[in-house]
Design a protein around this ligand. Structure first.
Ligand code: SAM
Length: 467
């Protein structure tokens, strides 16, 4: 057997790992700054505003040979590993790993420890950290976002990374991964309680046609006896019902629920998603929904959660008896879908069966008024909505009317978010509609309103920590 040559160290090095509360004032300021600049990647550790943080100083045979800076954030309850470097002539993975281990030992608080590393770095890389027990929670353009802790502890950060700006692209890899996990949970609950197709329950066939807000269009392919492939266009297993995206629900819940908040009210409730997500977090959820079949299906699916309820009622008339910490609604988009009950008819007062847009809008806004009255001060009211076109092809202007309405009610317009879906089905539509100069609609809006004193938001809502 061929032996690999390995250099044997003649003498063991003397290693010291010195913990300093802050680089500034430790006596190592200049050495840290010099090495940080030589290293290049760790250059930020040369800055005064970074040297306020703690560090492990590495000494090899009594000579300064490296550092690793870190910050304990008690407000966000997290432990952030910052910059690290080793003397360019003394780089050694084993010694570097011991330095990381010394940092892990400093975390006596049980906080998740977070670190962003480059896959290209010789020491500060995923393999080294993985060997010490870190796990990667996000892979992004050559960087691994890692945690020494659990995936639940960094869930909020993961959601933040999935969004980041006011354009939420629901087709990104991590978004789809999280969505799949939620859908599997919803499917499992449906199977447990015998609700077929739980993501779309009671919504089969509700979509009204080509101008609708289809989420899914599946074309069915079958192989004929002679071997030809038959293509049935536009078939879909759920009638193209616009079901809510559970990841969007989770982001909304995590971002817009106050730290001390416990409850959500949803007028014009619809599908199970927002309730399922809220219930999974152990929070209270009440939804007013006019169709009994939808309420029954959702209540059955969510029966294991604490206080997650759909109440069969007309939201424009129903006034919740208590106050809530977050209002959310994804109401009907005018005439895009039909909402039918057990008897195959739209219940009296159902919004999409109202003959004119103006009456539809006024009834919808009545429901919002009751929601606003039931919303605690310094809380958010989030609406996911989309405009639709009238018979002549002009937009009703429903989104704009939402903004004006909430402003008139005294709320602040706080975020206007674009929720983007897969463009696949829209591309086919475009081939026809662009001739009429109509661009197929690929986005929905998430309009976020705030009731109260905006200067309180930072104090009342949970910190995100380092992203
Ligand atoms: C289905 S949602 C819109 C789509 C939503 N994204 C979802 O996933 O469910 C709208 C819901 O509002 C309900 N609705 C319509 N008029 C209502 C009213 N006056 N009061 C309460 N709910 C109503 C419909 O039955 C429907 O389930």
């Amino acid at each position: 057997m061929k032996m690999e040559a390995k250099q044997v160290k003649m003498f063991e090095d003397k290693l010291d790992f010195i913990h300093v509360e802050s680089v500034i004032g430790s006596g190592y300021e200049e050495q840290v700054a010099k090495l940080a600049i030589e290293d290049g990647v760790a250059y930020r550790a040369a800055r005064k505003n970074m040297q306020i943080h703690s560090a492990i100083i590495l000494k090899i045979n009594d000579e300064f040979s490296g550092f690793f800076t870190f910050q304990v954030n008690h407000e966000a309850k997290e432990f952030c590993l910052l910059q690290s470097a080793m003397d360019l002539n003394k780089k050694d993975k084993e010694v570097y790993s011991q330095m990381v281990q010394k940092i892990i030992d400093q975390n006596t608080f049980g906080y998740p420890m977070i670190m962003t590393v480059s896959t290209k770095h010789d020491l500060e890389n995923p393999k080294v950290f993985q060997a010490l027990g870190f796990i990667t929670y996000l892979d992004l353009s050559g960087y691994a976002y890692m945690v020494y802790g659990t995936m639940e502890q960094i869930r909020f950060k993961r959601l933040a990374h999935a969004t980041m700006t006011n354009t939420w692209t629901s087709t990104k890899a991590d978004w789809l991964k999280m969505k799949k996990e939620w859908n599997e949970k919803i499917e499992a609950a449906g199977e447990k309680y015998d609700i077929a197709n739980p993501k779309f329950a009671s919504r089969d066939g509700c979509w009204q046609g080509g101008s609708g807000m289809s989420n899914v269009v599946l074309s069915k392919k079958t192989i004929e006896e002679n071997g030809d492939i038959k293509h049935e266009k536009g078939k879909s297993f759920n009638g193209n019902a616009s079901v809510l995206d559970p990841v969007a629900c989770e982001v909304i819940l995590r971002f817009f629920m106050p730290t001390a908040g416990t409850s959500v009210y949803n007028p014009f409730g619809g599908g199970v998603q927002m309730g399922f997500v809220t219930g999974s977090y152990g929070l209270e959820y009440l939804s007013s929904e006019i169709r009994e079949n939808q309420c029954d299906a959702n209540n059955t699916i969510c029966q294991d959660f604490y206080n997650t309820k759909w109440l069969q009622s007309d939201s424009s008339k129903f006034q919740p008896k208590k106050k809530y910490d977050l209002c959310f609604s994804c109401p009907p988009y005018y005439k895009v879908e039909e909402y039918l009950d057990y008897d195959g008819k739209a219940p009296e007062g159902e919004l999409n069966s109202i003959p004119t847009y103006e009456e539809f809008r006024d009834t919808l806004f009545e429901g919002y008024k009751k929601g606003i009255a039931a919303l605690n001060d310094n809380c958010f009211f989030v609406i996911m909505t989309g405009d639709s076109r009238d018979k002549n092809g002009a937009y009703y202007g429903c989104e704009a009317e939402h903004e004006l309405f909430f402003k008139e009610q005294g709320l602040h317009i706080y975020n206007k978010i674009v929720y983007l879906e897969c463009e696949f089905t829209r591309l086919a539509q475009a081939k026809i509609t662009l001739n009429y100069r109509k661009f197929p609609k690929r986005e929905q809006k998430i309009l976020v309103f705030y009731k109260g004193d905006m200067s309180k938001i930072k104090e009342l809502y949970p910190p995100l920590g380092r992203l």
